[in-house]
Design a protein around this ligand. Sequence first.
Ligand SMILES: Nc1ncnc2c1ncn2[C@@H]1O[C@H](COP(=O)(O)OP(=O)(O)OP(=O)(O)O)[C@@H](O)[C@H]1O
Ligand SMILES: [Mg+2]
Length: 225
Amino acid sequence: MGALLQLRDVAKCFRMGDRDEEILHGIDLDVCEGEFVALMGPSGSGKTTCLEILGALSRPTRGSYHLDGEPVHRLDDDALADLRAARMGFVFQTFNLMPRMSALRNAALPLLYAGLPRGEREARARRMLERVGLGHRLDHRPAQLSGGERQRVAIARALVNEPRVILADEPTGNLDQRTGAEILDLLRALHRDGRTLICVTHNEDVAAAAGRVVRIRDGGIVADV
Ligand SMILES: Nc1ncnc2c1ncn2[C@@H]1O[C@H](COP(=O)(O)OP(=O)(O)OP(=O)(O)O)[C@@H](O)[C@H]1O
Ligand SMILES: [Mg+2]
C-alpha cells in the first residue's frame, strides 16, 4: 500500500525582487490514510508553505506530490481547485469566515463550489454545525460569535464536503486553553472517524494527540517520530 500523500524532493521558491529565494529545500514526506500528523517548527521555518503544497493551494517549484497516486504537481489551476473542493478541508488560524454571512451560510460555502442545491447544502451544514456543538448559533454572523465558536464554524465548514484530508494551520493558536482543548477534542474525534489530519501547531497537547510529529527547521525536515 502506497501513502495517501507523498512528497518527493519538494522545493518551493518565491520571487523576491530580482531573485528567487528557496524556502523549502527538498522535502520527502509520506502520510498514510487515517494518520494524524503534527507539523512543528520555529516561526518562518516553512510549515505553512508546506501545508499549502499538501493542500494543493500551491504547487512545488521542484519535486513531486502524489495524492492517492495522482500527480498533483502536474495539475493546472482548475484541476487543483476541483481536487481541493472534492477532497480537502482547511482550517486556518484566522478562521477566514465571511463577515456578512450567518454561521449556516459560512459552513455551507464549500458545497456551493461543489454545485449542490441550496436545501441540501443547508441541511448538511446544519448537521455539521450541530456536530461541533453550534446547533443553537446557526443564524449568528461571525462578529456575534466567540473566538472558539468562530473556530468551530471554520471546522464545520472544513468538514461539510466530507473531505478525506483535513489540513489545519494552528487551529488552537488564537484560542484560550479551554476552548483550545475543545477544538482538540474535535480533531481527535475526526481522527477516530478515520480522517487523515495534518495539523501545524505550536501546542504540545495537539502534538501529543497526533500519532506522529514532523519537525521542520529552515525549510527541511529534521525529525519525524
Ligand atoms: N508568498 C511569499 N513570498 C515570499 N516569501 C514568502 C512567501 N510565503 C512565505 N514566505 C517566506 O517563507 C518563509 C516560511 O514561511 P511560512 O509561512 O511557511 O513559515 P511558518 O513556518 O508557517 O511560520 P509561522 O510559524 O510564523 O507561521 C518565511 O521566511 C516567509 O517570509
Ligand atoms: Mg505559518
